[in-house]
Design a protein around this ligand. Structure first.
Ligand SMILES: [Zn+2]
Length: 250
């Protein structure tokens, strides 16, 4: 569906997962509801805990319901600052004004563990390779990977980075979020690989794993790297002047 007419006149969605990535259930007001076919529907809310597909993070799934109504949310799309929740109606015909949303926590928590593990791996790989690594992209769905610039590390270096990561995880370190200006960002995170690719903003959201240089990131993180569990490198592949490290958490 063309989302342009749907979001026209709809106010920006408040992204409440930015403040609390552990929020599973929330109350919201419906700004717009559109039923496309018999069951396929679109909902825009004033606020949402559903993370849309963005960057390397796949969309959240879950349910939105209210009096006499229930929608199974299959995916969320961020379109002109509006999170559009798309799904199938499983109860009722029309959408009430007040609804409750609940994200599929098992799926989200896995993404949070994979995401935080990816950040930690950047640091571990940098330590093992003796120089900062430059991240290019990432994907937290299946299969999960981080892409880097340059030549792939050796088998031994990957094994050592994996061992180091598991050592840090076992030890545990808090993960925190801060908001800073671009000037402050340059000062505290001069080596962040994406720093000059960032859009111009008044404030930048940065993530800090205690003891490591913070980097700008809008994703959903764990409170402590301890929650990652066991980290495992699956394989590394070289493509021209870049490589991907496939990994997972258990
Ligand atoms: Zn992040």
């Amino acid at each position: 569906m063309n989302l342009q007419p749907f979001v026209e006149g709809v106010r920006k969605t408040k992204l409440i997962y930015y403040e609390d990535s552990y929020l599973r259930k929330f109350k919201a007001k419906v700004f717009k509801f559109y039923r496309e076919k018999k069951h396929d529907s679109y909902i825009a809310l004033d606020r949402t805990a559903f993370h849309p597909k963005s960057g390397g993070q796949p969309s959240d799934k879950g349910y939105i319901w209210g009096e006499g109504f229930k929608l199974r949310v299959k995916k969320c799309i961020l379109y002109h600052n509006v999170v559009v929740h798309y799904g199938k109606i499983i109860e009722g015909d029309s959408c009430p004004e007040d609804v409750t949303g609940e994200i599929d926590w098992d799926w989200r928590y896995l993404l949070m563990r994979r995401h935080t593990a990816g950040h930690l791996f950047d640091y571990c790989l940098s330590i093992v390779c003796g120089k900062p690594v430059e991240t290019l992209d990432s994907w937290l769905g299946d299969p999960c990977y981080v892409g880097y610039k340059g030549a792939a590390p050796s088998e031994n270096e990957l094994k050592e980075a994996e061992r180091l990561e598991n050592e840090f995880i076992e030890e545990g370190r808090p993960v925190s979020i801060e908001y800073v200006s671009f000037k402050e960002l340059l000062k505290i995170s001069p080596e962040a690989p994406n720093i000059f690719r960032l859009p111009k903003l008044r404030r930048y959201r940065i993530v800090r794993i205690e003891g490591f240089q913070p980097i700008p990131c809008g994703g959903t993180h764990l409170k402590n790297i301890k929650e990652i569990g066991r980290f495992k490198v699956i394989k590394a592949t070289q493509i021209d002047d870049s490589f991907k490290v496939y990994y997972d958490v258990f």
